[in-house]
Design a protein around this ligand. Structure first.
Ligand code: HEM
Length: 220
């Protein structure tokens, strides 16, 4: 018996893998999905998300979320940390690609009418995923704490603040006061690495469960 078979047997005896895995793993994607790249856009967005999680973990080992240290810690990642600039670039491009993939995925759903009954709820979950994806980008933009980051955040929080009635509260929660400063940076960091990842994982599980339950729309 090979090592992999022995390992499988060891886990199977404890976790009943033989019953648990087949319904999950042995579920071939329908022919229309494997033959049409438009059906890969959701998967592309998910792949980008996984890349962002891994590269983000490495960046978090060197990034320091304080106004005094943030800029220099990013500079250090780019110039001193081994493969730091590569990891940061991959994080940057995966973020941009994810936003593009989510937008295109949403357009595919819209133009193919895949949001119609019984998939309305999954559309609503999808809209929340789009909001979270863009908020990821917005909150990450401030972290390098340079001029571009500062003024982009000033404009972004200003736009949020101009929403009637609730805008002023949203701006206060985001900025952590009246001016962008240390409080804002800590908040954006917490939003970027804790609040959004936890929320997106819950929504992705719901999204995928519904896709699995309802199947992919259209004729097979
Ligand atoms: C983080 C963002 C997202 C990820 C990772 C994701 C992932 C996926 C995947 C892998 C599928 C199955 C394959 C496919 O159709 O591409 C899917 C289907 C679906 N997604 Fe998304 N999605 C995201 C955002 C959205 C958005 C923004 C919407 C719409 C507002 C949306 C609505 C749907 C719907 C309705 C389906 C079912 C499609 C069908 O049955 O044909 N998703 N998603």
């Amino acid at each position: 018996m090979s090592l992999s078979e022995k390992l499988y047997k060891w886990f199977d005896e404890r976790l009943k893998l033989r019953e648990l895995l087949p319904p999950i793993v042995k579920h071939p994607a329908p022919e229309k999905v494997t033959s049409n790249p438009l059906y890969c856009l959701g998967g592309t967005a998910f792949l980008c998300f996984l890349i962002l999680v891994v590269t983000g973990m490495f960046l978090a080992m060197y990034y320091k979320p304080t106004p005094v240290e943030a800029y220099n810690s990013v500079k250090r990642i780019m110039t001193e940390v081994p493969m730091g600039s590569l990891i940061r670039s991959i994080h940057h491009w995966a973020a941009n690609t994810m936003i593009a993939a989510v937008m295109l995925h949403m357009m595919r759903i819209y133009f193919m009418g895949a949001y119609k009954k019984p998939r309305e709820l999954n559309w609503v979950v999808g809209v929340s995923l789009l909001l979270i994806t863009t908020t990821f980008g917005f909150s990450g933009y401030l972290l390098p704490w340079d001029q571009l980051a500062f003024w982009a955040t000033k404009i972004g929080t200003g736009i949020a603040g101009s929403i009637p009635v609730i805008g002023v509260y949203i701006s206060l929660i985001l900025v952590g006061g009246t001016d962008i400063g240390a409080e804002t940076l800590t908040r954006f960091y917490a939003i970027h690495v804790l609040i959004l990842p936890a929320t997106i994982v819950v929504l992705l599980v719901l999204h995928f469960m519904m896709v699995r339950l309802q199947g992919i729309s259209g004729r097979l």
